[in-house]
Design a protein around this ligand. Structure first.
Ligand SMILES: *Cc1c(COP(=O)(O)O)cnc(C)c1O
Length: 401
């Protein structure tokens, strides 16, 4: 049997390559940061400015987090060899859950190994076939998969289209429970969801609201508490899912946070929580430290906002098509898949590491390079990035004239 499958896969892998859709993993030769060394496919190692990490607050290699992880490991050990409810809950797991609730302004929090797992467990545990989920068309893959695992009726509304959401809420009028699900910030576009309108519709049509704040926790909102804080509606969101793998240190881990009974039920029923290992002590200790830093990181959030605007303004002035907004995710829209890949490659030759995104991560014909700013980029780094884009963009004809 395998021979047939092997030939088929070889053929399909080749197709990906010819369509410019084949993803190459670059190998870093050290820790994550604004400046990294990258080994190229020809074996050469180069130094590059990194503009593609989710390292928004620059915590990924912060000495305080490394120290907290080390200390936690010394105190609580390397691993638990258990799920939470058997013998895998330590004092610090409880403390992290309480501290996340305090930071996010929620009643309770449950930890998962990742936000992917959080989204994989939350819907199936809470909703049955008699309920309905209203989900934005551009929601993250983990939400799509989590919704698939759940028997509730699925209604996909057009991206950020409130009229369509309202229409779908009407269609779901007979459901026992309705839940509106949205990314707080959409990872490919940097769009911030219109949570206020979503909560208004939820009130009007009697629905719950779940927000995945993976690209917001720690740096969106006046105190970095996320999209709900950005809209000043923290008490109107029922559930937040988020990751520790982005702004909060960037290692791994995630959670669901929100109304007390919902979280209590998830602790009994969420399958990735019940059947997957407990979060490692080092991660728990470092995430607690990341939260402490994030709670007081007004300077980092201000710097991130300054870097973002500096980059956005300069790129627009240079004639690039970028998606409007304020988020440190800045998509440089190129359209053509091959051009995007070619351009990212040429930028790396200039010492700027960015990634081209194409189908199926984004819709066909909407290929782009996604630039992500960090609080630890300097003005000079941002300017070097813009200069490289202009040079490469001119050479490849990607600039509006
Ligand atoms: C990154 C991301 C996830 C996955 O988080 P992990 O903790 O890495 O599994 C889930 N949802 C959204 C919106 C994300 O951007």
């Amino acid at each position: 049997m395998y021979e047939r499958m092997k030939q088929d896969l070889e053929q399909r892998l080749h197709e990906l390559e010819t369509q410019g859709l084949y993803k190459i993993e670059r190998v870093l030769q050290g820790a994550q940061g604004p400046e990294i060394s990258v080994r190229l496919s020809n074996g050469k190692t180069i130094s590059a400015l990194n503009f593609c990490a989710n390292n928004y607050l620059g915590l990924a290699n912060r000495p305080e987090l490394i120290a907290a992880a080390t200390k936690a490991m010394q105190e609580w050990g390397y691993g638990l060899s258990s799920v939470r409810f058997i013998c895998g809950t330590q004092e610090q797991h409880r403390l992290l859950e309480q501290e996340l609730s305090a930071f996010l302004g929620t009643e309770d929090t449950i930890l998962f190994s990742s936000c992917f797992d959080a989204n994989g467990g939350v819907f199936e545990a809470l909703l049955d076939a008699d309920s309905a989920i209203l989900t934005d068309a551009l929601n993250h893959a983990s939400i799509i998969d989590g919704v698939r695992l759940c028997k509730a009726r699925r209604l996909i509304y057009n991206h950020m289209d409130m009229a369509d959401l309202e229409q779908k809420l009407r269609e779901a009028a007979d459901a026992k429970y309705r839940m509106i699900v949205t990314d707080g910030v959409f990872s490919m576009d940097g769009d911030i969801a219109d949570l206020k309108s979503i909560c208004d519709l939820a009130d009007q049509y009697d629905a719950l609201v779940l927000v995945d704040d993976s690209h917001a926790t720690g740096f969106i909102g006046p105190h970095g508490r996320g999209t709900a804080e950005h809209w000043n509606i923290q008490d109107r969101v029922d559930l937040i899912t988020t990751t520790f793998g982005k702004a909060l240190g960037g290692a791994s881990g995630g959670c669901v946070s929100g109304r007390r009974e919902l979280i209590q039920w998830l602790r009994q029923k969420a399958r990735p929580y019940l059947f997957s290992n407990t979060l490692a002590p080092a991660i728990v200790g470092a995430t607690r430290e990341a939260l402490r830093i994030a709670a007081e990181a007004q300077d980092l959030r201000n710097q991130l906002a300054r870097n973002t605007m500096r980059f956005r303004r300069a790129m627009e002035a240079a004639g690039f098509t970028i998606r409007q907004g304020h988020h440190p995710i800045v998509p440089i829209m190129l359209g053509d898949e091959k051009l995007a890949v070619q351009m990212a490659k040429a930028l790396l030759d200039e010492g700027i590491y960015v990634i081209a995104f194409s189908y199926p991560v984004v819709p066909r014909g909407l290929a782009r390079i996604r630039v992500q700013l960090s609080a630890v980029h300097t003005d000079e780094m941002v300017d070097r990035c813009v200069a490289a884009f202009i040079k490469v963009g001119k050479a490849l004809g990607a600039l509006k004239t």
